[in-house]
Design a protein around this ligand. Structure first.
Ligand SMILES: [Zn+2]
Length: 396
């Protein structure tokens, strides 16, 4: 091995270790010390200390007030630093455009949004409007030291692997569009690259941030039914990034025609449009009201949706061995009525239900969840390669 090889190996070990240490701080921001990290990663305290010092100088991590640690020893809690490295989390949906600025702590620092009929716009018009919103959202953050790690656009559709081209987006009609090619944006003199990502995957990233390391199936009722799988705190995206299409799992081969072209998908029973039609209600608010007042047609429609959800979820849980289900969107809102029949179906269908138990929880309503998750996705480069981000400051 030449000296140069040894040097490269050393620097790649340092890069990998910086990422490991930062990963521990992401998972326990504000409540982890150097000693905790050393213990968790099996590293020496002095190695961890040096790495943490670099992350602090590099402005990714900050130290809190000293507190009494284990056995009374003083400990300095470490947390992610807000406001030094930020990202743009963007969202395009059928009825609105959103730009958020998200910091490393996962906090949304500013939001600019416009309610608009996106379907009536061309992708180019929408992307121009989005860039104006991004500029507005960034205006408050324009300090000289601020760095933008990137921009991710959450959209309701399937994308190619590189996050460039939209393959399917029936609700938007953006098939074949390339949002990154329609995006030209600079900040503090530097070009900010854009990637596109599936909106449900983005919202799942937000849910994962709230439960680091968690394993769960996230199912959310939107225009359709979206879902995503988290295993040990990582999004399971599949071979091409297309995993999690629970909404198009068949629950009735003789069922109604779905927007995807198949019959009897879960979406055709539990998706908002179909559910409202079955219940004979004009809006989700009206449906909730009708359910609360015991309207038999509404309750029957919800029960049918719950049983169908149980069929699809039962298959998914049998395949995945995940025992927590998080319901969002209208499925979360309807949980009080869904949970009984859904629990019955899962209890019968999931092989191991009697041995592990299945938790069905609701995820609180948060209209910015996709945009925020897009912002988190735009930080993944910082978290996987902190060495590159801190280098200019550490070497100063
Ligand atoms: Zn379908």
């Amino acid at each position: 091995m030449t000296t140069q090889d040894a040097g490269m190996t050393q620097s790649s070990v340092r890069s990998a270790n910086l990422a490991l240490v930062l990963g521990r701080i992401v998972a326990n921001s504000g409540s982890i010390s150097r000693a905790d990290i050393a213990h968790q990663l099996g590293m020496t305290r002095s190695t961890v200390s040096r790495l943490v010092d670099d992350l602090v100088i590099g402005q990714l991590v900050e130290e809190g007030e000293t507190v009494a640690g284990a056995r009374g020893r003083p400990a300095v809690p470490l947390g992610l630093r807000g406001g030094t490295v930020i990202s743009l989390g963007l969202e395009v949906n059928v009825e609105r455009l959103v730009a958020t600025v998200v910091d490393l702590r996962g906090e949304v620092r500013s939001v600019a949004q416009r309610d608009v009929d996106v379907v009536a716009m061309t992708p180019a018009e929408a992307m121009t409007a989005l860039a104006a919103l991004a500029e507005e959202a960034l205006r408050e953050e324009a300090g000289e030291d601020v760095r933008v790690s990137g921009a991710v656009l959450a959209l309701p559709g399937l994308l190619d692997r590189d996050g460039r081209r939209v393959l399917r987006a029936p609700n938007l009609g953006w098939e074949g569009a390339e949002p990154p090619a329609l995006w030209d944006f600079t900040f503090n003199g530097g070009r900010i690259d854009l990637h596109a990502a599936n909106d449900i995957d983005c919202s799942a990233l937000t849910v994962i941030r709230e439960d680091p390391g968690g394993s769960f199936l996230y199912v959310t009722g939107e225009v359709g039914i979206g879902s995503a799988v988290a295993l040990d705190g990582r999004l399971m995206t599949g071979r091409h990034g297309w995993a999690g299409e629970l909404g198009h799992v068949c629950v009735d081969p003789d069922g109604a025609l779905c927007g995807c072209g198949a019959n009897g998908c879960l979406e055709t029973v539990a998706g908002a449009r179909f559910l409202l039609a079955a219940a004979g209600q004009p809006t989700m608010d009206a449906l909730v009201e009708a359910a609360a007042s015991g309207d038999p047609r509404t309750l029957a429609a919800i029960e049918h949706a719950a049983r169908s959800l149980g069929i699809a979820l039962g298959a998914a849980l049998n395949l995945l061995d995940v025992s927590t289900v998080r319901l969002g969107g209208h499925l979360g809102v309807l949980e009080p009525w869904l949970s009984g029949p859904l629990g019955d179906e899962l209890g019968v269908r999931v092989m191991w239900a009697r041995h592990s138990g299945i938790e069905v929880e609701t995820v609180s309503e948060a209209p910015l969840r996709s945009a925020k998750g897009a912002g988190l996705a735009a930080q993944s480069g910082v978290l996987t390669d902190p060495a590159g981000w801190i280098a200019p400051l550490v070497e100063r």
